[in-house]
Design a protein around this ligand. Structure first.
Ligand code: DAH
Length: 343
């Protein structure tokens, strides 16, 4: 009996010193001391060996021991509040959550998506081509043979001179890709990045974005070109914006025209965006040159078509009044987050 009491005293000392820093450790304490095969059960089992006259007193000791072990277990549990299992009990589910910051679409992506969806309503499909092009697809097929002076209009980044690999200077190269792989009727728009060897400034950059359009079928006329682009301008900028066409020159179209819209910044009164003319150029266009069609084996007596190419940065400048091209590629979050909420 005396021995048993001493043993219980020893257990108590041992238990008092137990530390449990994880939920797993608290659980092993429970199993070791309070479990169905735990120490408490074993000690309780000694009752049957205790002589009857001592049973009452021993019962008291056992009870104290049980309370002691249980208190220790509760203490260990409490000191682990904050760790996972116990954390669950202490979370206040009614508090508002904290949100991870959500990114925004790049303004050029927003504008490109708007342009693309307008042309989609007219039945245009999207076509894409490579940014690294060969001379033929970027120039030759588009009626700019070697030594053509119009090549100087676009300062080209060459990767290789012979054979000539280059970074495409315009998305008109995608016209070549489409014409070699599809048969008329063709109705595509081609969004993409283009490159020119320009010194970077507020008004020029060595890469920018264009959207090309190409429509080829029987009996396509300049009136179709105008109607399509009028529709685009009204959808993009609203009904009040005025439009004008100016005769122009591009090797891949004949006749060619540039399209201006009334300046959205000053409403046509004159400002530095429209160089005090009240008009801003937004795209080049024209009837596809018969040579371009023939380069791809398309009968130019049967088929005609129109094409156009516009700069996404320019349209973005008019829509959102971004007046420095460098802002688009600087990744400055203060600039980018102003477009939150736009689609
Ligand atoms: N490729 C021309 C440029 O980059 C833009 C252009 C003009 C595209 C007339 C066309 C077009 O498809 O018909 O300046």
């Amino acid at each position: 009996m005396e021995q048993l009491l001493q043993q219980i005293e020893k257990y108590k000392q041992e238990i008092a010193e137990v530390k449990a820093e994880t939920i797993e450790a608290v659980e092993s304490f429970r199993i070791q001391y309070l479990g169905t095969k735990g120490l408490l059960k074993t000690v309780m089992g000694e009752m049957k060996n205790v002589p009857n006259e001592h049973k009452r007193a021993f019962g008291q000791v056992l009870n104290d021991f049980k309370v002691f072990v249980e208190n220790k277990f509760n203490d260990l549990q409490q000191s682990n509040v904050g760790s996972e299992a116990s954390a669950e009990k202490s979370i206040d589910w009614s508090l508002p959550g904290s949100f991870a910051p959500v990114g925004t679409r790049h303004p050029l992506t927003i504008v490109r998506n708007q342009i693309v969806s307008i042309f989609k309503t007219l039945g245009f499909a999207i076509a894409e081509g490579p940014e690294i092009e060969d001379d033929w697809h970027n120039f030759g097929a588009m009626n700019l043979p070697e030594d053509h002076p119009a090549r100087d209009m676009q300062d080209t980044f060459y990767i290789n001179q012979n054979p000539a690999w280059l970074l495409r200077t315009h998305t008109s190269s995608v016209q070549s890709r489409v014409l070699e792989s599809q048969k008329p009727p063709i109705r595509v728009i081609c969004p993409g990045r283009v490159y020119r060897n320009e010194t970077i400034s507020a008004r020029a950059h060595c890469f920018f974005h264009q959207i090309e359009g190409l429509y080829i079928d029987e009996n396509v006329s300049f009136a179709d070109l105008k109607q399509t682009l009028y529709f685009f301008v009204q959808e993009m900028f609203g009904k009040d914006v005025k439009v004008r066409f100016r005769p122009s020159y591009f090797p891949f179209t004949e006749p060619s025209a540039e399209m201006d819209i009334s300046c959205l910044i000053c409403g046509g009164d004159g400002c530095n965006v429209c160089k005090h003319t009240g008009w801003v150029e937004i795209l080049g266009s024209g009837m596809v040159h018969p040579k371009v069609l023939e380069n791809f084996g398309i009968d130019s007596t049967k088929y005609t078509g129109f094409a156009f190419g516009m700069g996404v940065e320019r349209i973005c400048q008019l829509k959102y009044r971004v007046n420095d091209l460098r802002l688009y590629s600087q990744n400055d979050v203060r600039f980018l987050k102003q477009f939150t909420g736009a689609v």
